[in-house]
Design a protein around this ligand. Structure first.
Ligand code: ZN
Length: 167
């Protein structure tokens, strides 16, 4: 397994619409495992392939306290959204920034797992928010897009400074 570099906002590669995966083969499984390791190491609760510069519809999530309950979403699709919830969100591509975003509180989604088997499940609260946040990444959308223009500009400036410091 390997730790992959994570793209940072406002990198334009985070805006690319990711393509579906045709087959879950060994290469896809290796990438999912690398993404999981990268997410645990960061540390974060979710990571989408475009964040590691792979424009494919792949997501890893683990919202468990023990960090031992990984969820793999290949070609995910949100089927139903219900209610609303406002949680403070962060993103590994926008480090150090946490802002409340309104999302559906309960969702039903389907995806393929790490073996390529289809599954369908319901999620609520943090997991529901996390799935919506990560699926947004696959469509080139970031949580900062839900904030005001002014807030987004401030975050952009902060990220540019951070980038200069870490170069
Ligand atoms: Zn994110």
């Amino acid at each position: 397994m390997a730790i992959l570099p994570i793209l940072r906002y406002p990198d334009p590669r985070l805006r690319v619409k990711a393509q579906p995966v045709a087959r879950v083969d060994a290469a896809v499984r290796r990438l999912l495992d690398d993404m999981l390791e990268t997410m645990y190491e960061a540390p974060g609760v979710g990571l989408a392939a475009p964040q590691v510069n792979v424009p494919r519809r792949l997501i890893v999530i683990d919202v468990s306290k023990e960090r031992n309950d990984p969820l793999f979403l290949v070609n995910p699709e949100i089927l139903e959204r219900e209610g609303s919830i406002r949680l403070e969100e962060g993103c590994l591509s926008v480090p150090g920034i946490y802002e409340p975003v309104e999302r559906a509180e309960r969702i039903r989604f389907r995806a393929l797992d790490r073996e390529g088997r289809p599954y369908e499940r319901e999620a609520q609260g943090l997991l529901a928010v996390c799935v919506q946040h990560e699926v947004d990444h696959l469509d080139g959308r970031l949580f900062v897009d839900y904030l005001s223009e002014l807030k987004r500009q401030r975050i952009r400036k902060k990220m540019e400074k951070l980038r200069l410091r870490t170069l």
